[in-house]
Design a protein around this ligand. Structure first.
Ligand code: ATP
Ligand code: MG
Length: 368
C-alpha cells in the first residue's frame, strides 16, 4: 500500500505534527468561539479541524462542505447532510426517527359510520429554512460546526448572498453553546466576509492562520513512511521537495507518492529521482496544464516563466522584471494581477506564487 496520502483528509496515524495548532484550536472549541481558519490550498485546514475534534472527548464534528453550492437551498441541504454524515452509526437511527412524527388521522368507522381519530407515523420534513438548519445543527449533542470553503458563499448571486450571510450571522450569534469554525483558502474573500466592516460577519470570528508543517517533524514523518515501505530518502532530495513545494504538505505528499510509484523496495532515493517523479506527475497533469495555458496571454506567460525561474514565487522586483523581458513595470503588475484573478497565482503580502507549484515547474522545464 502506498504510504503517502494526498488529495484527502488525513487523521490519526496519517496526520503529522501540528501539536501547537491543535492545542490552540481545542481551546477555541472549548470556549465555543467562532474561528476563521485561513491558509493556502492544500496546507491542511480540513485535516486540522477533523483531527482536533477527533481528539476531543464528547465532541462531534458537523462538517459542512460548501464547495460548489449554487443556491441558499444547497446550503441548507449541505447542513442537514452534514449532521447525518457526521453522526456516529449508533445515532443514525435516532436521527432518522427524528423526522418521523405522529400524525393525526381522521376517518369513518365502516360499521357505525361514526368519525374516528387515530395516530399514525408521518414524515416530518427535515429542516427547510436556513434558520431551522442552523438550529438543527446546534441542537446536536457536543456539536462543533465546521463550514469548509466558506468563501464559496460569495459566489452566490449577490441578492441571495447578502440575505444568506446576514441571516446566518444573526442566527449563529444565538448559539452561544456551539463552537463554529469557518475555513477558506481564498484570503481576500475570507477577509471580505470577516474583516470588512460592511459585512454582517465583521469581527464575528477570531482569525486563525495556518502555515506549513514544521519541516523537521514532517521530514521525520515522511522518512518513516518511506521506511515502512522499505525505501529510504536522502536528505538533499527531501530538501529539494520541500523547496519546490514551498512546504505545502499536500504537494509534498503528492510528489512523495510519485517517487514511491517510481521506485522499488530496498532503494535509496537520491536527487536525480526528482526528475523521474516530476515526469510521472506531469504525465497525469499535462492535459490540464495545456488547457490552462489557453487562458493565458503572451505577456502573462512571460510572467509565469519568470516566476518559474525564480523558484515559483517572487515579489515584483527588478530581477523579476528583467526575467520577464517586459519593459514596463505596470504591464507586469497588470499581468500578475490578472493571473491572480484567474487563480493561477495567489498573492501573499508582496509575494506572487503559483497555486500549483508543479505548473510553474512544468512551464520552466518545458521552456515555454
Ligand atoms: N498534518 C498533516 N500531516 C500529513 N499530511 C498532511 C497534513 N495536513 C495536510 N496534509 C496533506 O495535505 C493534503 C491536503 O490536506 P487538507 O485537505 O486538509 O488541506 P486543505 O488546506 O483543507 O486543502 P484545500 O484548500 O484543498 O481544501 C492531505 O491530503 C495530505 O496529503
Ligand atoms: Mg480543505
Amino acid at each position: 500500500m502506498v504510504p503517502f496520502k494526498s488529495g484527502m483528509v488525513v487523521v490519526g496515524a496519517n496526520f503529522c505534527g501540528r501539536n501547537t495548532e491543535i492545542v490552540k484550536l481545542k481551546a477555541h472549541i472549548e470556549r465555543c468561539s467562532r474561528v476563521c481558519l485561513v491558509g493556502e490550498r492544500r496546507i491542511g485546514k480540513t485535516s486540522l479541524v477533523h483531527e482536533t475534534v477527533r481528539r476531543l472527548r464528547g465532541r462531534v464534528l458537523i462538517f459542512v462542505d460548501l464547495l460548489g453550492v449554487k443556491s441558499s437551498g444547497d446550503v441548507v441541504r449541505r447542513m442537514v447532510e452534514g449532521v447525518f454524515v457526521s453522526a456516529p452509526r449508533s445515532m443514525l437511527t435516532r436521527l432518522a426517527k427524528s423526522f418521523v412524527a405522529l400524525r393525526p388521522v381522521v376517518g369513518i368507522d365502516p360499521l357505525t359510520n361514526a368519525p374516528t381519530l387515530g395516530l399514525s407515523p408521518g414524515v416530518k420534513p427535515p429542516p427547510e429554512t436556513l434558520e431551522e438548519a442552523l438550529d438543527y445543527m446546534s441542537r446536536q449533542k457536543g456539536a462543533v460546526v465546521f463550514f469548509d470553503e466558506f468563501q464559496t458563499l460569495l459566489d452566490l448571486p449577490v441578492s441571495e448572498q447578502e440575505d444568506l450571510v446576514a441571516r446566518m450571522r444573526s442566527r449563529i450569534q444565538m448559539h452561544a453553546e456551539t463552537p463554529y469554525v469557518f475555513a477558506g483558502s481564498l484570503r481576500a474573500e475570507m477577509d471580505r466576509i470577516f474583516f470588512d466592516h460592511a459585512s454582517p460577519f465583521y469581527k464575528a470570528a477570531v482569525r486563525f492562520e495556518l502555515g506549513p508543517l514544521d519541516r523537521s517533524a514532517f521530514g521525520s514523518f515522511l522518512r518513516k513512511s518511506f521506511a515502512d515501505g522499505r525505501r529510504s530518502i536522502a536528505d538533499p532530495l527531501l530538501v529539494r521537495i520541500f523547496d519546490l513545494c514551498h512546504d505545502v504538505p499536500g504537494d509534498v505528499q503528492r510528489l512523495c507518492q510519485c517517487l514511491w510509484d517510481e521506485s522499488r523496495m530496498g532503494t535509496k532515493l537520491e536527487e536525480p529521482m526528482l526528475a523521474t517523479a516530476l515526469h510521472r506527475l506531469f504525465s497525469d497533469e499535462e492535459r490540464a496544464y495545456t488547457i490552462l495555458l489557453e487562458y493565458v496571454t503572451g505577456q502573462q506567460l512571460k510572467c509565469l516563466r519568470a516566476l518559474g525561474e525564480m523558484g515559483g514565487g517572487a515579489s515584483l522586483s527588478g530581477q523579476l522584471l528583467a526575467l520577464t523581458g517586459v519593459a514596463a513595470n505596470s504591464s507586469v503588475q497588470r499581468a500578475l494581477n490578472s493571473l491572480v484573478k484567474k487563480r493561477i497565482l495567489f498573492r501573499q503580502g508582496k509575494l506572487y506564487r503559483f497555486c500549483d507549484p508543479f505548473f510553474g515547474e512544468w512551464i520552466r522545464l518545458k521552456r515555454l
